[in-house]
Design a protein around this ligand. Structure first.
Ligand code: MTE
Length: 335
């Protein structure tokens, strides 16, 4: 499924560095704070979190492909063999959970402490809109209503950094089947948790942002086998900074298409307005499939840096693949 990556990944090319991207985004956001919202300009930023205890859970998971050794509530969960070999090393759990994008809690990658304010229990996720079976799931239902499985996915942020994460969850298709959309439903709209008393990231002070965070897919994209709802990662419950208790993971698209901490799934007939696309339509398209040949207006998308230990500039750089290497699953959706 994935092309084998050559040993000389660490390109010495003059592609824009991740740090440059990061700082240019921060600068961009500051500019935004001085009134650029009116001009419709905004750019993305980052994510973060986790514990040492989690690292041992990761080891266990890795030692036992398809194992039944996951702890509750994931007891009995097995790794889906189709997504067991990402052809790259897993990103250490601690690192993945301490380098995050969750703007509701801040504009830097270090939001893991702030994100702990997110109240995840109780939690209700509402599925409705143009469906035959509107349903409300509470947090525990999420772990029981559908068979859970582990999938190791490559993850590519539009900011040109990448990770490899073992998610636990279920295919989005399961919700689609349960909801039974009416024939006129063409898109699905996901809404993230929003409460200005809790989600007080610095961007709120800028005012005028189209909160809550909304993302959307075409129904046929949602039905694709790769489209996944994650409720766990690294053998454990999803940490808040990764979007507990449920977030979307779409490995062939840039990371911003995967909303965190979802409270509503709505089936609609027209393409909904989405958060980043509303703010900066020229930079964050609705489809947003990973494509090395289409540069972001402010940086190249031809390569990516694997999030790793040490300074960002020493992170391994590797070529970016069309659809993030998942073309065999999804390319037919776009012909
Ligand atoms: N969802 C919400 N609600 N808010 C966000 O800021 N950031 C997106 C996506 N989902 C974001 C979000 C972006 S830009 C990325 S790259 C991924 O979350 C990052 O996921 P991670 O922090 O779990 O790696």
């Amino acid at each position: 499924m994935f092309s084998h990556l050559p040993p000389d990944w660490q390109s010495k090319s003059s592609d824009i560095s991740l740090e440059t991207v990061f700082w240019s985004r921060r600068k961009f956001l500051k500019t935004l704070g001085r009134g650029a919202i009116a001009a419709g300009a905004l750019s993305l930023a980052g994510c973060q979190n986790n514990t040492d205890a989690a690292v041992s859970a990761l080891d266990e998971t890795l030692e036992a492909p398809g194992a039944t050794r996951f702890k509750n509530p994931f007891k009995g969960t097995t790794r889906n063999p189709s997504f067991a070999n990402p052809q790259r090393e897993l990103t250490p759990q601690k690192l993945a959970a301490s380098y995050n994008n969750f703007y509701e809690f801040g504009e830097t990658k270090s939001i893991q402490t702030a994100a702990q304010r997110l109240p995840t229990d109780p939690w209700t996720i509402e599925v409705g809109g143009l469906v035959q079976n509107p349903t409300k799931y509470d947090r525990d239902d999420l772990f029981k209503a559908f068979d859970l499985e582990e999938r190791i996915y490559r993850f590519r942020c539009v900011e040109a950094w990448a990770m490899v994460v073992p998610w636990i969850g279920f295919p989005m298709r399961k919700i689609l089947e349960a909801a039974d959309p009416k024939p006129e439903a063409r898109f699905v709209k996901f809404t993230s948790f929003y409460d200005p008393k809790i989600t007080t990231g610095p961007l709120f002070s800028f005012g005028g942002l189209p909160w809550p965070y909304v993302e959307s897919l075409r129904i046929d994209e949602m039905a694709n086998d790769l489209a996944f709802f994650a409720v766990g990662a690294y053998g454990e419950l999803l940490p808040k900074q990764h979007g507990a208790p449920i977030r979307s993971v779409l490995p062939w698209k840039y990371g911003f298409k995967g909303p965190k901490s979802i409270v509503k799934i709505e089936f609609v007939d027209e393409q909904p307005a989405t958060f980043w696309n509303t703010l900066v339509p020229d930079e964050y398209g609705f489809i947003a499939n990973v494509n090395p040949e289409v540069p972001h207006p402010r940086w190249s998308q031809a390569s990516e840096r694997l999030v790793g230990d040490g300074p960002a500039l020493s992170w391994t750089r590797i070529p970016t693949l069309p659809y993030n290497g998942y073309g065999e699953f999804v390319a037919n959706l776009y012909t």
